[in-house]
Ligand binder design. Structure first.
Ligand code: SAH
Length: 232
């Protein structure tokens, strides 16, 4: 990764942390640190690169978006990630959030399994994470609402995750994701309408689910069998 001295965006990234994240309640040292290091501008097309550390979402390919830095930080902090965890992510997009997840669970076999329905975005993400030497990530192209495909599961036992992060807005929690959430695990998912959702934490404990509403948010729709359907 580029170091502060070579990276012309390091100062802007520092300001993003101090002005957008810390004052809004991002207190996790690990999250602040990874956001201070991750070169978000490299995940963004040249025409928008100078806005990479501004306080908003930006366009990515295929009419999709890369989420606002604060949103990425808030979702990541909610997940309380530890090295060694297995994380499922829906909506790889540019791979910026994926890269952050990968770094935070690295060690003790911790990995990220990420699904994206637009193949062009997966290709871009794979290239970027390769360049950043983030190697603990598995990629799939397809409808993530059906969960991680069993035939692509490279470990012994059930397909099961300690954490699940959905980065597109869902009308309801997709059932297959509930089945793939380990007991004691946690999911963070935007739930609600097509335009506005509520970021929601879902905890699974001894088969019971506990949902906590966090705050309002605005994501592109989760398109798929257990999302908004395939016709949109
Ligand atoms: N986390 C991304 C932003 C995601 S935007 C980033 O940091 O860049 C939401 C993404 O979810 C889009 O790329 C969209 O194509 C994808 N998506 C929507 N429905 C999906 C589904 N059912 N399965 C997998 N990906 C989906």
């Amino acid at each position: 990764m580029l170091t502060g001295q070579q990276d012309p965006y390091a100062a802007a990234r520092g300001r993003m942390v101090e002005e957008q994240l810390r004052p809004r309640g991002i207190v996790s040292r690990k999250v602040l640190e990874v956001m201070r290091e991750m070169p978000r501008h490299l995940f963004i097309s040249k025409e928008h690169r100078d806005e990479a550390y501004d306080d908003g979402a930006l366009p990515s390919l295929e009419g999709q978006t890369i989420s606002q830095p604060y949103m990425v930080a808030a979702m990541t902090q909610e997940l309380r990630l530890e090295p060694g965890q297995r994380v499922l992510e829906l909506g790889t997009g540019t791979g910026y959030q994926t890269a952050i997840l990968g770094r935070l669970v690295a060690g003790d076999g911790g990995s990220v399994w990420t699904i994206e329905r637009a193949a062009a975005l997966t290709a871009l993400a794979q290239r970027m994470l390769g360049a950043l030497a983030i190697t603990n990530v598995h990629y799939a192209v397809g409808d993530g609402t059906a969960g991680w495909p069993a035939e692509l599961w490279d470990r012994a036992g059930l397909v099961e995750f300690d954490r699940i992060l959905v980065t597109a807005g869902a009308p309801d929690i997709p059932d297959p994701l509930l089945r793939q959430l380990a007991d004691g695990g946690m999911m963070v998912v935007p739930l609600g309408g097509r335009e506005i959702q509520t970021l929601t934490r879902v905890e699974k404990s001894q088969g019971h689910l506990r949902k906590t509403a966090l705050f309002d948010c605005r994501f592109v729709p989760l398109v798929g069998e257990y999302g908004w359907g395939n016709g949109v």
